[in-house]
Structure formats: structure tokens, C-alpha cells
Design a binder for this molecule. Structure first.
Ligand code: AR6
Length: 344
């Protein structure tokens, strides 16, 4: 997945580069900066001394010493002073300059903390939005995997109104008799499917469990026998490619909007019988801006359905029914509700 939100300690991330939320001196501090210097050891501070500090909104790169990554990119976020002092522009610039530095240094995987959202006081929901918007803009033109690392759950907030709206929608739609354990099962099925889709043998793929068969949506009405047969015969991969053509978009526009990486898309393109996971199908449905009925049709091709018995489905339905096809916003919401994310 090109942009992934994960809960972790950034010093543990095995990526090409991690980003440090530093201060202008670059000589260490508290928060994530302290944790990174502590884990990297004194060599990092020695190198930082040679850099001559860094302007707010800018970034500098060093080695990573004892950390499990190759580089540390040090950026200086703005202090929050009410939002009227160019804070947003400076925060955007932190992400842009860090990503540009990562690209210049051939990094393929980069992990960011939520810059400025701790000691510098930037409101967390706003900091999160800037991070997601700026990183996703960059990913539209660049191939890279970027992790947004959320240290603890309280550091993660989507806007209060959106959270309440989704919670109310879930309340209205959730089928209560489904217990938590069935949700957990659903999650593990997603994970298992993803593992299989990511290179397991064809034999194993054939024996994959098909989710929600009991709740499968009715087949879409076919206007003629020919059309019915065509719909029956068409595989998920074929349907996806047809819809891309019908929408008049390029493959790259589609997989980028779906937050799916190029390699997985190529696999799907070249394997007519590819069995995607449910989050992958939904990611494409979102990228293609399919209405709910067409989303259900695409899910059916891969043996899935949208149901009101799990929160994941209801949250995705919430966004589709409102015509909001921004996959990154949907993933923010899914993450906030502890659900699997869309994409591969
Ligand atoms: N892994 C990932 N995220 C973390 C970790 C960690 N180990 N530790 C904290 N966070 P902050 P700022 C999160 O305060 O607001 C320093 O003293 C944390 O929950 O580290 O940009 C510098 O020297 C929060 O969401 O950075 C500066 O003086 C996010 O990282 C000043 O703090 C950023 O919090 C920079 O303040």
C-alpha cells in the first residue's frame, strides 16, 4: 500500500528512512526526537552537530547509526500559535522537503511521525489531515511506500464531527447479533487473503474461504441473456480493466487513486483469475467511484458482499453513499475505528 497508517514506535521501523520531528538546533530534544537519538546512539548527535541547524519547514538527512533504517531525515515542524502564523504552509513544507530528500536518496520506504502534533501543539486532527493530503499528493506522481506512524491511539484523531457521524451511521446499520469475535474472524480472513494474494501458490488460493457467502447481494439485473452470460463469465480482473476503460482513466490513475502499488496492479492485470482480498476490491471500487450497486457487483466477482454485520463494510458504505471517494480519508476513518484499511 503506498500510504499506510500504522501504530508503532518509529524507532522500530525497518524502512529506508525515518523522519524525525526535530527542532532548529538539530541537537536532540524530547518526544520522538529524544526516542530517535536514544535508539540511534551518540553517532547521530555527532553528525547532527556538523549540519548547522535547520529552518522550520525544511529538512536535512543523516545516517541512522544503530537504528534499523538507513537514514534519518530531520525536519523542523512549526509550533502551533493559533493557526494564523503560516503553520499549515510550514507543516506542508516539512512533508514535501522530507519526501524530496528521501527521493533524492533513492529511498523506497519512508516512515513519518505526526510532525508538530506533540510538544509543538499542532491540533492532531489538523496535523493528520495535512500529513495525509501532502503525502498522497506526492504519491500521485512518485512511486514510494510511506508509513504514517501513530505512536499511541490518543495521538490519532479524525475530526470529531466525522467520527460522530460515522459512529451514528454504524449504530443505525450495525447488525447487533454479530459479536466481536466474528469481527476478529473477518480481520484474520482479510489478512490470510492478503498473504495468499501476495504470492501464495495457486492451489492455496483455490482453497481460500469465501466471505459472507450467506449474505451475498442479489445478482444485478441483466437486461438480456447475453448480458447475463457476459456478467457471469467476466472475472474480477476483466471487470476492473473494463471499468477503467469505461471511465476513460489510465491504469496508473486508477491504482494510485486506489492506494494500490504498481506491482500488485500488474499481477492483477496479467492474471485473469486473480483472487483479490476484499479491501483490495473495495479500493478499486473507490478509485473508480462506483456507486453502491456497482461496488456490490465488483465484490461479487471476487466472492464477497457488503454486509451490515461488520463495521468495516458499514464505514465504506458510509463514504460511498455520500459520494466521498477519497481513499485516504476513508482509511483515516477505518483506522480510527480499528478496522483493516483499504488497498493492498
Ligand atoms: N514513534 C512514533 N511517534 C512518536 C514517538 C515514537 N517513538 N514518540 C512520540 N511520537 P513530538 P513535535 C509522536 O513532540 O510536536 C522535540 O523536543 C507523538 O505522539 O515528538 O514536532 C523536538 O526536539 C506526536 O504525535 O514532536 C522539538 O523541540 C508526534 O510523534 C519538539 O519536540 C510528534 O510529537 C518537536 O515537537
Amino acid at each position: 500500500m503506498p500510504l499506510e497508517i500504522v501504530r508503532n514506535d518509529i524507532t522500530k521501523m525497518k524502512v529506508d528512512a525515518i523522519v524525525n520531528a526535530a527542532n532548529q538546533t538539530l541537537l536532540g530534544g524530547g518526544g520522538v526526537d529524544g526516542a530517535i537519538h536514544h535508539a540511534a546512539g551518540p553517532g547521530l548527535l555527532e553528525e547532527c552537530r556538523t549540519l548547522g541547524g535547520c529552518e522550520t519547514g525544511s529538512a536535512k538527512i543523516t545516517g541512522a547509526y544503530r537504528l534499523p533504517c538507513k537514514y534519518v531525515i530531520h525536519t523542523v515542524g512549526p509550533r502551533w500559535r493559533g493557526g494564523w502564523h503560516g503553520e499549515r504552509g510550514k507543516l506542508i513544507s516539512c512533508y514535501r522537503t522530507s519526501l524530496a530528500l528521501a527521493k533524492e536518496n533513492q529511498c523506497e520506504t519512508v516512515a513519518f511521525p505526526l510532525i508538530s502534533s506533540g510538544i509543538y501543539g499542532y491540533p492532531k486532527d489538523k496535523a493528520l489531515k495535512v500529513a495525509i493530503d501532502t503525502i498522497s499528493d506526492f504519491l500521485f506522481d512518485n512511486e514510494m511506500t510511506v508509513y504514517l506512524v501513530i505512536f499511541d491511539k490518543t495521538a490519532y484523531q479524525i475530526s470529531g464531527k466525522l467520527f460522530k457521524d460515522i459512529a451514528a451511521y454504524i449504530d443505525d446499520n450495525y447488525v447487533q447479533e454479530h459479536t466481536d469475535s466474528s469481527e476478529r474472524q473477518t480481520r484474520s480472513i482479510f489478512l490470510e487473503e492478503e498473504r495468499l494474494a501476495d504470492g501464495a501458490s495457486e492451489n492455496m488460493k483455490m482453497s481460500m474461504p469465501v466471505m459472507n457467502v450467506g449474505m451475498a447481494a442479489p445478482a444485478p439485473a441483466a437486461s438480456s441473456l447475453d448480458e447475463a452470460l457476459r456478467m457471469l463469465d467476466e472475472s474480477f480482473s476483466e471487470m476492473l480493466l473494463r471499468k477503467i476503460d469505461e471511465r476513460g482513466i489510465t491504469d496508473a490513475q486508477c491504482y494510485k487513486k486506489a492506494n494500490i502499488d504498481r506491482k500488485l496492479f500488474s499481477k492483477i492485470r496479467s492474471d485473469k483469475l486473480y483472487r483479490p482480498s476484499k479491501p483490495t476490491v473495495l479500493a478499486f471500487a473507490i478509485a473508480l467511484e462506483l456507486p453502491l450497486d456497482e461496488t456490490r457487483e465488483m465484490l461479487m466477482k471476487a466472492g464477497f458482499a457488503l454486509s451490515h454485520s461488520n463495521k468495516f463494510d458499514i464505514i465504506v458504505e458510509y463514504f460511498i453513499s455520500r459520494g466521498n471517494y477519497n481513499i485516504f480519508e476513508i482509511n483515516e476513518a477505518l483506522f480510527a475505528f480499528d478496522q483493516s484499511l483499504l488497498g493492498a
